[in-house]
Design a binder for this molecule. Sequence first.
Ligand code: 5GP
Length: 206
Amino acid sequence: MKPRRGSLFVISAPSGAGKTTLCQRLCERLSGIKHSVSFTTREPRPGELNDVHYTFVDKDTFRAMAAQGDFVEWAEVHGNFYGTSRKRIEEMLSAGLDVLLDIDVQGARQIRQNAADCRFIFILPPSMEVLRMRLAGRMSDTEEVIERRLRNAVKEIGEYKNYDYVIINDIFEEALTDLVAIVRSERCAISKVDHAWIEQQFLKEG
Ligand code: 5GP
């Protein structure tokens, strides 16, 4: 069989839905899928490594890259720029790897307009109460900051209908199983099948 081209998966969620852990565990659980390392202008958090979690660049470098068309999508999220490298995803897809983009709803919108072959997955928290608790429990933020985060989260959730799949992250293992199932089913899609191989193996006369 000829090596297949990888598929693109976009995953978005409001912060507090558990998206990052789900994405990490998906890549550990399933071979042949890799997270695309984004570029960002935000400062690294403790423990974050350059070119592993993100490629950290300054705003001038980011703007120059955006102007050159280096990103398939980019967006400003919470005051910082984030962008997906066109070159990185193309290299992985051509090598037959599935590619996971952990990006916000603005970035997903741009990919939807430009990339034909892509699956969009939205992760939801189990309830509004849980989301509020998770956002409140993060740091010693004021009530006002928590309310702002919650309003942002609701705005993001408003985009769920533009996605192909919705996963509710209540019981983590179940949510992960759903995510694995979505990727696996896409690998069996008729659009991904090597038709020439099937013809040759089974349908060629003689
Ligand atoms: P964080 O700074 O917490 O790692 O990420 C903040 C938000 O930026 C998350 O919603 C994450 O999905 C999003 N994000 C990360 N990389 C990209 C990217 O390359 N493009 C876009 N549009 N969003 C991104």
